[in-house]
Ligand binder design. Structure first.
Ligand code: FE
Length: 196
C-alpha cells in the first residue's frame, strides 16, 4: 500500500492503522497487500449477476444456492473464502409475495469479496437507519414501488453473515441466454433497491 491520501481522511486513517499493525509486528505490508488482493481481485457485481442468471436458468442450482450458498458457489467458480476466514452467505429470493432488501444497521457489512465495494449510499447513516423503519418509503425513493400486498423483509448483515438478493426473472426473457440474462442484473438488484 502506498501513495498519499490527502483529502481522504478515511484512507489516511486506514493507512495509519496499517502502519501501526506493521510496526507492532502483527502483520507485514506484504501480507496486507496479499490479503487485499485476494479479497478484491475479481470482486464485482458481475459475479452476483452471473450467480443470478445461473439460478434463473437451472432450477437445481437455484435450490442448492438458497439452501446453502457457500456450498453452491463453487458450481459457478466462485466462493466467499477470499478474506481471512470464509463468511456465511445467505441468498434470499424475491417472490410475488415477498421482496428482500439488505442493510447493515451497525456499519456497512456487505459481501465485498464477491460483489466488490458497496455503493456509498449503502454506508450512509440515512439509508442504514431508515430502511429498517420504513423500507417501502425508502425503496420508493430508489424508484422501486413495492405493491402494498407484497411483504418486505429487511436483512441486517453482520460480521458473520452476509446476504445477497436473488431478484425475480423478468417476464419475456425466456429466449435469452445465461450471458444475456446476466446483463440484466444490476448491483442494486442484488441489494434489493431495484427489481433486477
Ligand atoms: Fe457492518
Amino acid at each position: 500500500m502506498s501513495g498519499t491520501h490527502a483529502g481522504n481522511p478515511v484512507a489516511a486513517r486506514v493507512r495509519r492503522l496499517e502502519e501501526r499493525l506493521v510496526e507492532s509486528g502483527h502483520v507485514t505490508d506484504e501480507e496486507l497487500d496479499s490479503i487485499l488482493t485476494r479479497v478484491l481481485d475479481g470482486a464485482s457485481p458481475l459475479n452476483g449477476a452471473r450467480i443470478v442468471a445461473h439460478a434463473w436458468s437451472d432450477a437445481g442450482f437455484r435450490e442448492r444456492l438458497l439452501a446453502d450458498a457457500n456450498r453452491a458457489l463453487p458450481e459457478v467458480g466462485l466462493s466467499m473464502a477470499g478474506g481471512l476466514q470464509e463468511q456465511r452467505l445467505k441468498v434470499v429470493a424475491n417472490t410475488p409475495e415477498r421482496h428482500n432488501v439488505l442493510v447493515c444497521t451497525l456499519c456497512s457489512c456487505y459481501p465485498v469479496a464477491l460483489l466488490g465495494p458497496s455503493p456509498s449510499w449503502y454506508k450512509s447513516e440515512a439509508y442504514r437507519s431508515r430502511v429498517v423503519r420504513e423500507p417501502r418509503a425508502v425503496l420508493a425513493e430508489f424508484g422501486l414501488d413495492v405493491p402494498a400486498e407484497r411483504e418486505i423483509t429487511v436483512w441486517d448483515s453482520s460480521a458473520e453473515s452476509r446476504y445477497m438478493v436473488l431478484p425475480r426473472r423478468p417476464e419475456g426473457t425466456e429466449e435469452l441466454s445465461e450471458e444475456q440474462l446476466a446483463e440484466l442484473v444490476t448491483r442494486e438488484g442484488l441489494i434489493g433497491t431495484a427489481a433486477v
